[in-house]
Design a protein around this ligand. Structure first.
Ligand code: TRP
Length: 329
């Protein structure tokens, strides 16, 4: 059994890419491993959100994860800012992180490019905080996408360095979680690659029906097949891929056949896809709304999650303090 830690961005809503790519795996994983899922609200401060937004986003993300199947009885779900042990470990890890290596991290360089007017020190030490998140529970596995790989490398390096420095085996070197099957990648509606928030090509679980229809009708396609039997390729392939996840197999076959004999009308394909997306998301949306309205439940989940997380975190911190030489009189 692995100890798994995953941080959830507290900005923005879940889109279908997150749902199929990560969440559905989390709901399986949580029964096979010891999982810690937390909302990375400290990390979100690197972009200075206004306080009301911060709280609203955290609430929303928590409700979405619970509604989509994260089970607080099986996994530990908590807010990063509810576990002060994480910030203590972050401080301690900062002392063994070198500014040069942090400056060289590719994600840092990207952020400097993206927000040149706000290159705060939190941005530089973002991977150190992430390392603290992970090793505070002595995690062995971290389910991260490619974009987070550099941060996992920093985490492994810091765990190793700490162990060497203090002659201990306190921290395992965490590895990327392998889902054991081909990673599901939901494409975006703009004909490009992956669905993503920053790409502006996503369908969000919180989108209302009108928005879903509008987005799908505007999705990028192409001029259509020019000869019978042509392989489905180009931007319209994305729509077929999404359809595979949300439509009946007979529906998918219907449009594939039409594509292959050149009778397809993309307008019809899109209308069908929009309705199937709406139908797929409806029960999820209802559960999200119910969960959001249940303030007491959200409060209880957050409190109990924090308690469980702190139990594990304080054990690690006690050990770390002892190793470093902070000893009680
Ligand atoms: N940086 C991650 C992201 O942007 C979120 C995150 C913070 C995280 N701490 C983590 C992910 C620890 C995994 C483990 O998606």
């Amino acid at each position: 059994m692995d100890i798994v830690v995953s941080g959830i961005r507290s900005t923005g809503n879940l889109h279908l890419g997150n749902y199929f790519g990560a969440l559905r795996n989390f709901t399986r994983m949580q029964h096979e491993n010891k999982c810690y899922f937390f909302i990375a609200d400290y990390h979100s401060l690197t972009t200075h959100p206004i306080p009301a937004d911060l709280h609203g986003n955290v609430r929303h993300v928590l409700a979405e994860y619970l509604a989509c199947g994260i089970d607080p009885e099986a996994a530990t779900i908590y807010l990063q800012s509810d576990v002060p042990e994480v910030t203590e470990l972050y401080l301690l890890l900062n002392m063994i992180s070198y500014t040069g290596e942090l400056e060289r991290t590719t994600t840092f360089k990207d952020k400097v490019r993206n927000q040149p007017d706000n290159v705060n020190a939190g941005l530089l030490t973002y991977p150190v905080l992430m390392a603290a998140d992970i090793i505070i529970h002595k995690a062995t596995k971290v389910p991260v996408g490619k974009d987070q790989q550099p941060h996992l490398e920093v985490t492994r390096k810091l765990a190793r360095r700490f162990n060497n420095m203090y002659g201990s085996e306190c921290f395992p070197e965490p590895e990327a979680y392998n889902f054991g099957e081909k990673l599901v990648k939901i494409p975006g509606l703009d004909g490009s690659g992956k669905m993503g928030k920053s790409e502006g090509n996503a369908v969000y679980l919180s989108d209302d029906e009108k928005t879903v229809r509008k987005k799908v009708m505007r999705a990028v396609t192409d001029a259509g097949p020019s000869e019978p039997g042509q392989r489905i390729a180009g931007p319209v392939k994305n729509l077929f891929t999404i359809m595979n996840f949300v439509s009946d197999t007979s529906t998918v076959k219907h449009f594939k056949d039409q594509y292959h004999d050149c009778t397809i009308r993309y307008g019809d394909l899109k209308k069908q896809l929009a309705e199937d997306l709406i139908g797929f998301m409806k029960p999820l949306k209802e559960r999200i709304d119910e969960t959001l309205a249940n303030e007491r439940y959200l409060g209880r989940v957050a409190r109990e999650g924090a308690e469980k997380a702190r139990e594990s975190a304080s054990k690690t911190i006690r050990e770390v303090r002892e190793l470093i030489g902070f000893r009680p009189f």
